[in-house]
Design a binder for this molecule. Structure first.
Ligand code: GLC
Length: 724
């Protein structure tokens, strides 16, 4: 349908139909929904009429070809102009085949696999009738108290931007107009939702515009540069104004400066929450501020449908704002081909073949293997099949491996750790017991666990957080494992047998009582549907761990926020440590495990670090290189990381910043030279006046296995880029 036809629809729409097009409600309000029949209650509560639903523009949470088709069909029969609904849903890391949580995917440092996971999620979702996913979530995170760090790829803007692009490519493919098996992506939560004060969800976010632009905005911009179709507003304030009412952020930066002309959707209730924030006196003012800020779709509240028409009639809101919002929504429907085919990719038959098919499971297993991080290994892993293994802990036989944002994923489809171990060992030499619950002791279970462990040569403890201990509104001030699990470790350690711990958690934890007690620790996060097989592959050595932390593990919660690319301060804590320097009296400054850290069953050496010249100008580039060798006796993958430090800036500059990475496979004894190009462009940063440019000066490059290691390579930039 050509553009002018879409504009023609707009012209035919009444003002009421335009306003209703901006409303998004959950499926339960819609005829044809599996949940229908509950319509009257919530609708009265919302203060809306059935006709408003018939005029609405999009639905939240519809999935399943049959249900989506019946909702769409019923809607088209009632919508005067036959405008189809957009079906939107949270498909964050898989639809029915669930991949590891995004924080785990971030630890894979494998953007190709990340893209593949989004492509598979899109294929399963589109055949089930979904048109738009509320992903990728690209909020930069530095505080593990916050429950939603599991939904992000971590603490580094460069790495997050790399994954943001990969996820958008995977979800949207090359051309949404022709590729019916892809879905439109919606980058969220704009902006800086990952920086709430105190690590407490929905809390105030307050930072300089410079820090916002330098650290928090790059990943959203990367998603949009990759063609992401939608943006979701954050719940939080940005510079004291809630994002959904923040004209400077939404209209001036996102739309005017970045040129984004796609659809902006509020987060759930975020338009009406501007009243609770205290920047709107009532729903009418909430509606006015949101439409003026450029929010097109109001999710799950009804300020727009109840007040916008009158606000336009009274001249308080310019009608072109309303028209622009409606047009953006209609254009997205047109791009998705919904006017020609309102059912797009929904197909009950194909759905049966595709959902959770073997190849999707194999892909999920591959990504889970690459997302686990070996944090410690005193030569106890990998296990051998002839060893007698006691698999103990609340996650030994748990299906709770999908994480808090798995939505359509079901625990029944998940391969439990015990399933993975049984498949690997054919059930021989394997003794399983629960030991305790996640947070509570269970009568007699400790004793059973000790008895089980006595029968074995080695102990594998499957411990962690319940998936309801992270995710939205699930913040923790104490980020240790629950006490009962720490006691279980101590109890079993007394038997004097090798103890390996496998962790299932949605955030970096304070690992005191775990990493000091165990002989090996494997971080599995929430590994997804194939988690049990993936971890068994790693624990029994069929696969070699290659994950690297994309978020620091703090020494203690007292340190947070703690992150690798911090500033030095005027009194850095240097050796020998003196009294008046930036330090704690009771804990170190450094995190327990730094960004980029991860062990392997083999070892790698980094030799002959070189830089091609010690100076260059803005028209040239340098090459920084190192030769990496697998010095162990098993093949392995290594994530070679490239960092740069700007020694002196117009503003303070981080100790180091990730500027590149390469994941490489090396056979035992194999060496490979790895090179990174140094360009003037990568040295640009936001100055105090917010201009984004480089300065001539001294720099240091580091190439290493993590953010703490690497020989310094000094170089200087002799002239910065001059816009002619
Ligand atoms: C939630 C989340 C958001 C999600 C939306 C729809 O509150 O903040 O990430 O996409 O509501 O479920």
């Amino acid at each position: 349908m050509t553009k002018n036809k879409v504009e023609a629809i707009l012209e035919e729409m009444t003002r009421e139909e335009k306003v209703d097009q901006l409303m998004q409600l959950a499926t339960l309000f819609y005829e044809g929904s599996r949940q229908k029949g509950k319509i009257t209650g919530p609708m009265e509560e919302m203060g809306i009429e059935l006709n408003t639903v018939h005029n609405s523009g999009s639905v939240l949470g519809g999935a399943g070809a049959e249900e989506v088709k019946s909702i769409q069909k019923a809607h088209l029969e009632k919508n005067r102009l036959g405008i189809p609904l957009l079906m939107m849903a949270d498909i964050i890391h898989g639809f029915k085949t669930i991949f590891p949580v995004p924080l785990a995917i971030g630890c894979s440092w494998d953007t190709d696999l990340a893209e593949m996971s989004a492509e598979i999620a899109a294929k399963e979702a589109s055949v089930s009738g979904v048109h738009v996913t509320f992903a990728p979530m690209v909020d930069l995170v530095r505080d593990p108290r916050w429950g939603r760090v599991m939904e992000s790829t971590g603490e580094d803007s460069f790495l997050n931007a790399s994954f943001a692009k990969a996820f958008v490519r995977g979800f949207q493919g090359e051309n949404l107009e022709t590729d019916m098996d892809r879905v439109a992506a919606c980058v969220k939560h704009f902006a800086a939702y990952g920086a709430p004060a105190g690590g407490r969800d929905y809390n105030t976010v307050d930072m300089s515009e410079r820090e916002l632009r330098e650290s928090y905005l790059p990943a959203y911009k990367a998603a949009l540069d990759e063609g992401c179709e939608m943006v979701m507003t954050a719940f939080n304030t940005v510079d004291s104004i809630p994002a959904s009412a923040n004209k400077k952020l939404m209209r001036h930066l996102l739309r005017d400066e970045w040129g984004f002309d796609g659809v902006i959707i509020s987060d759930w209730g975020a338009v009406k929450e501007t009243i609770a924030h205290g920047v709107a006196a009532d729903e009418a003012e909430a509606a006015q501020k949101a439409i003026e800020a450029g929010v097109d779709i109001e999710m799950m509240t009804t300020c727009y449908v109840k007040h916008l028409k009158r606000l336009v009639e009274e001249g308080k809101v310019d009608e072109h704002l309303l028209d622009d919002s409606v047009l953006r929504i209609l254009k997205l429907k047109e791009k998705l081909g919904l006017f020609e085919n309102p059912y797009r990719g929904a197909d009950e038959e194909k759905e049966k073949e595709l959902i959770l098919c073997e190849s999707h499971r194999q892909s999920a297993r591959e990504l889970a293997v690459k997302s686990c991080v070996l944090l410690k290994n005193e030569s106890v892993l990998p296990l051998h099949k002839e060893q007698k293994v006691a698999l103990i802990g609340p996650f030994a036989e748990s299906g709770d491996l999908l994480g808090p944002w798995s939505w359509q994923g079901s625990k029944e489809d998940a391969v439990k750790l015990s399933d993975g171990f049984k498949t690997k060992t054919k059930g021989e030499n394997l003794f399983i017991s629960r030991g305790c619950d996640i947070v509570t002791a269970l009568e007699g279970e400790f004793e059973k666990a000790v008895e089980t462990a006595r029968k074995a040569d080695v102990i594998v403890l499957a411990l962690g957080e319940h998936s309801k201990m992270s995710g939205e509104a699930k913040c923790r001030a104490d980020i240790r494992l629950p006490e009962v699990q720490l006691e279980l470790i101590k109890k079993l350690k007394e038997l004097g047998k090798p103890v390996s711990v496998i962790l299932f958690n949605g955030r970096p934890l304070d690992l005191h009582g775990v990493i000091d007690e165990a002989d090996a620790v494997l971080e599995a996060w929430y590994p997804g549907t194939e988690g049990g097989h993936a971890i068994a592959d790693l624990v029994y050595g069929d696969k070699n761990p290659s994950g690297k932390l994309s978020m620091s593990f703090p020494y203690s919660v007292g340190q947070v926020p703690v992150y690798y690319n911090a500033y030095t301060t005027g009194r850095p804590k240097l050796e020998p440590v003196t009294e008046y320097v930036s330090k704690y009296l009771d804990i170190p400054n450094e995190p327990l495990l730094q960004f980029g850290f991860g062990l392997s069953y083999t070892t790698f050496s980094y030799n002959e670090p070189q830089i091609s010249a010690d100076a260059f100008n803005s028209q040239e580039t340098l090459s920084a290189s190192v030769t990496v060798t697998n010095t162990g006796d098993v093949p392995g993958e290594e994530v070679v990381q490239f960092y740069v430090r700007d020694v002196t800036g117009e503003v303070v500059r981080p100790l180091k910043e990730l500027k590149g990475f390469k994941k490489m496979y090396l056979e035992p004894g194999q060496s490979e030279k790895v090179s990174f190009t140094v360009s003037e462009e990568m040295l640009r940063y936001h100055h105090s006046d917010l201009t984004f440019k480089s300065d001539p000066g001294e720099f240091v490059a580091f190439i290493g296995p993590d953010s703490n290691t690497g020989e310094p390579l000094n170089f200087s930039l002799t002239s910065s880029f001059q816009r002619v």
